[in-house]
Design a binder for this molecule. Structure first.
Ligand code: UD1
Ligand code: CA
Length: 428
């Protein structure tokens, strides 16, 4: 297999989002759209180039912080998709392998589809392969124009299309696989002689035909995968599609989802068999949940959560960066963040880990060892460790480490004034 690089287009403006945030950094389950695309190629390519332009600094910062094998390349001004790809040319002068091109605003594409697309490209001995799909309503997409023998001819953009061409339902998905050294010369030869005055990447199809290259289209069955985000409405639709896909996958693999219409689970959450997810549960970020757990109703997992087997996370419980060992219960109305909980721990209702110091802006850890029992309405002021088997009385504020098998409580003594009510009633 030859080396494969990814080129991800992310310089465009995204005007219709009406946002201060660049489009590709809008999030689904707390992960930016661009992150989905980068994650879907990371096992396939050895390097990714992200073309940035609008809000380049913010997008670059995100990529550099999260993806070591990705480079950002500035495109300024943005003169079209063909111009965007041409920015990579100086970086790939002697590159002999393949380049796959994707858009940063298409988060629903899967690793499986990208792999199949590249396999198709190789099996056809293709030089240029474009991904297409059939849309009942093809408006706004580039149309795939074929010769009489059904081979590819060119791609025509909506704004350049004749009424006959507009009636074509096969559209360009905006994903390409190129044998780079055969195509790279195209980028200096594209013209902007079209309705939008832009350098169109799509023109490489007609260019390739002229050079007698082998040009093919791979028709994608599941057109959901190339759904692009242009508006807030699209963002909501994509979130829903991604969630449905995840819930079906979990159910196929032995997880009970009591109510798929009110349950939201991120792609990056792993859940093992016989765990039950109750209604109105929202799980975002990267998480791992073991076997035989009960989560919810109305639980909120915010990422970095690892739960071992046989645990119960009850209603109105919020978890963030929490590692929870087996047979532990966090039953009701609690916040557990930046914490490690051992096995067989019981957390009473309304327990809070106070993990944030607003003066230093630091977050600290709470560690509860095996068999610890925490009474209701306890505040654990981090950093704090409660050793094995210790008990905490209800309503305590724990600011010191607690030794194993001891009891700690900070409750003020109860005061009972007998007959107080009846005496006061008499006065009236
Ligand atoms: C493009 C295709 C169209 C296809 C559609 C699929 C072209 C000319 N048209 O149209 O055939 O059906 O995608 O979604 O390629 N971008 C840059 N720099 C630029 C311009 C765009 O990086 O100078 C990026 C955008 O940020 C975006 C992607 O390229 O991620 C596509 O650009 P967009 O303007 O959305 O193209 P479409 O009109 O949707
Ligand atoms: Ca688009």
């Amino acid at each position: 297999m030859s080396e494969i690089k990814a080129i991800i287009l992310a310089a465009g403006k995204g005007t219709r989002m009406k946002s201060e945030t660049p489009k590709v950094l809008h999030k689904i389950f707390e992960k930016p759209l661009l992150g989905y695309v980068l994650d879907n190629v990371k096992n396939i390519v050895n390097e990714s180039f992200v073309i940035v332009g609008h809000h380049a600094e913010e997008v670059t910062e995100y990529v550099e912080k999260n993806y070591v094998s990705a480079k950002t390349i500035l495109q300024s001004p943005q003169l079209g998709t063909g111009h965007a790809v041409s920015m990579v040319c100086p970086h790939l002068q002697n590159f002999e392998g393949q380049a796959i091109i994707l858009c940063g605003d298409t988060p629903l594409i899967t690793e499986k589809t990208i792999k199949e697309f590249i396999e198709f490209h190789n099996s056809k001995d293709s030089d240029i392969t474009v991904m297409s799909t059939i849309f009942e309503n093809p408006t706004n997409y580039g149309r795939i124009i074929r010769e009489n023998d059904n081979s590819l001819k060119c791609i025509v953009e909506e704004k350049d299309a004749t009424p006959e061409q507009k009636a074509i339902k096969e559209v360009n998905a905006g994903i390409y696989c190129l044998n780079w050294n055969k195509i790279k010369d195209a980028f200096s030869q594209l013209t902007s002689n079209n309705a939008q005055g832009e350098y169109y990447l799509t023109d490489i199809i007609a260019w390739g035909k002229k050079q007698n290259l082998n040009v093919n289209a791979y028709i994608l069955d599941n057109s959901d995968e190339i759904y692009g985000i242009n508006s807030r409405n699209n963002l909501a639709t994509a979130t829903k599609i991604m969630n449905e896909r995840k819930l079906n996958d979990l159910m196929d693999n032995g997880v009970t989802i009591v109510d798929p219409t009110s349950t939201w689970i991120s792609e990056d959450t792993e859940i093992e068999t016989d765990t039950i997810i109750y209604p109105s549960t929202y799980i975002e970020g990267i998480n791992k949940i073991g076997k035989n757990c009960k989560i919810g109703p109305c639980a909120h997992l915010r990422g970095g959560v690892e739960i071992a087997d046989n645990c119960k996370i009850g209603n109105f419980v919020e978890l963030k960066k929490a590692k929870i060992n087996h047979n532990t219960n966090v039953g009701h109305l609690s916040y557990i963040g930046d914490s490690e909980l051992g096995a067989r721990v019981n957390i009473g209702a309304g327990t809070i880990t106070a993990n944030y110091n607003p003066l230093t802006k630091e977050k600290s850890k709470t560690i509860l060892k095996d068999d610890v029992k925490i009474g209701s309405n306890t505040v654990l002021v981090a950093p704090v460790t409660v050793d094995e088997g210790a008990n905490i009385g209800a309503l305590s504020v724990i600011t010191k480490n607690i030794k194993a098998w001891s009891l700690a409580l900070t409750r003020s003594p109860i005061k009972i004034i007998e007959d107080w009510v009846s005496k006061n009633l008499e006065k009236k």
